[in-house]
Design a protein around this ligand. Structure first.
Ligand code: NAD
Length: 359
């Protein structure tokens, strides 16, 4: 530990967490702990079966389901959901699903003041953060406030076994991205870094096992545990170039969230590596390699994940506009933002070139 790393600020987040196989059965006790009687249950349209699993556990406390969550939390969807939960006469919100469902639950909880229980089924990490991204008139804005942090999380590993292998992989690499940027964050700290390194170790081992056998409950547990740690990383350290670029590409070019994270992360890490030696050292230790950028690229390539922006519809002709957008925002990043370097980064990402930062 370097002396300079022993000067830090850390904010603990008030949130209850229950983790384990079958823990969805604790949902009623969690309602009791929050003093709530009737829950409105949110899902995405394709995942109503997740809400159905809660019906027998909640009985009469299941006030109604709103299966309309979509990516990027459009305010029109939140308006419709708010009307529905008023109709249900609900006094609590339960989000069961991935980041899209959780985003809707956060928006509703913020508007109504109702307590929010989250049952995550992907690895995106939103459940652990006081951050909400919403879209109005096609523009996505992000806000942070203590009231956005869900009151409690129930991680039930069994709900993740039907998450398809490819979605598991990209969602897991999305989580790893939170840990990577927390390691070199300007407001990083030894507690978050400890969680980040462990998270990358857990996910790096578990994701190939999940791709080989999506029902592997031990690998699923390790990945979900790693994802929770990554969520805390996202909540307790400032994100940099990688998250800003993903936000730009996702928002302005309509690209799928987890795929963009998966494709860009090795290239952003390669860009930042010359200015982030400690991060490279910790990631190398966690992943058991000497080139974590190449290792994360291989994690996707060898397990059926995306490696090029071209394959998700972003082409060479989009690079100049994306770099313009990336340079309009100013934020801390280990390596200064340079136009030529960013163009090269995106060029490599468009063509899926395997990065190399090996010493
Ligand atoms: P998602 O919630 O859209 O889920 C991806 C797909 O997987 C959906 O079609 C969903 O129905 C399906 N799915 C979810 N669980 C499943 C399961 N167990 N089995 C089968 N299918 C399942 O995507 P995501 O990647 O989890 O979240 C992305 C969104 O979350 C983005 O809008 C992003 O901005 C946001 N996000 C926010 C934060 C934050 O802190 N505010 C953090 C991370 C992500």
């Amino acid at each position: 530990m370097h002396q300079k790393d022993m000067e830090f600020h850390f904010r603990t987040l008030p949130q209850r967490v229950s983790f384990g196989v079958g823990h969805i059965r604790e949902v009623s006790a969690e309602m009791d702990a929050l003093g709530a009687e009737r829950a409105a249950v949110l899902t995405t349209p394709g995942r109503t079966a997740l809400a159905d699993q809660l019906r027998p556990l909640l009985g009469a406390r299941f006030a109604g389901a709103f299966p309309g969550a979509v990516m990027h939390t459009p305010v029109e969807v939140t308006d419709a959901a708010q009307a529905a939960i008023a109709e249900f006469n609900a006094d609590a919100i339960i989000s069961v699903g991935g980041g899209s469902t959780i985003g809707l639950g956060k928006a509703l909880s913020l508007r109504t003041g109702l307590p929010h229980i989250v049952i995550p089924t992907t690895y995106a990490g939103s459940e652990a953060t006081p951050v909400l991204g919403q879209t109005a008139n096609g523009v996505k804005t992000t806000m942070s406030a203590p009231a956005i942090l869900p009151a409690s999380i129930i991680y039930d590993v069994t709900l993740t076994t039907d998450l398809p292998a490819r979605t598991s992989l990209t969602s897991g690499i999305n989580a790893i991205a939170h840990a990577v940027e927390a390691l070199y964050a300007v407001d990083g700290n030894p507690v978050t870094s400890m969680m980040a390194e462990e998270a990358v170790r857990q996910l790096g081992t578990a994701l190939p096992q999940i791709c080989a056998d999506p029902a592997n409950i031990e690998a699923r547990s390790a990945a979900l545990y790693g994802a929770w740690l990554c969520g805390i990383c996202l909540a307790t350290a400032g994100m940099a170039l990688h998250h800003k670029l993903c936000h730009t590409l996702g928002g302005s070019f309509g690209l799928p969230h987890a795929d963009v994270h998966t494709i860009l992360l090795p290239h952003v890490l390669a860009y930042n590596a010359p200015a982030a030696a400690h991060t490279v050292e910790r990631l190398s230790r966690a992943l058991g390699c000497d080139d974590p950028a190449a290792r994360i690229y291989d994690l996707s390539a060898q397990n059926g994940g995306p490696v090029s922006l071209a394959e998700i519809g972003f082409t060479e002709s989009n690079i100049a506009q994306a770099v313009d957008l990336a340079l309009t925002q100013r934020y801390p990043n280990p390596r200064p933002l340079e136009r030529a370097g960013l163009e090269q980064l995106l060029h490599n990402a468009v063509f899926g070139t395997r990065p190399s930062i090996a010493p």
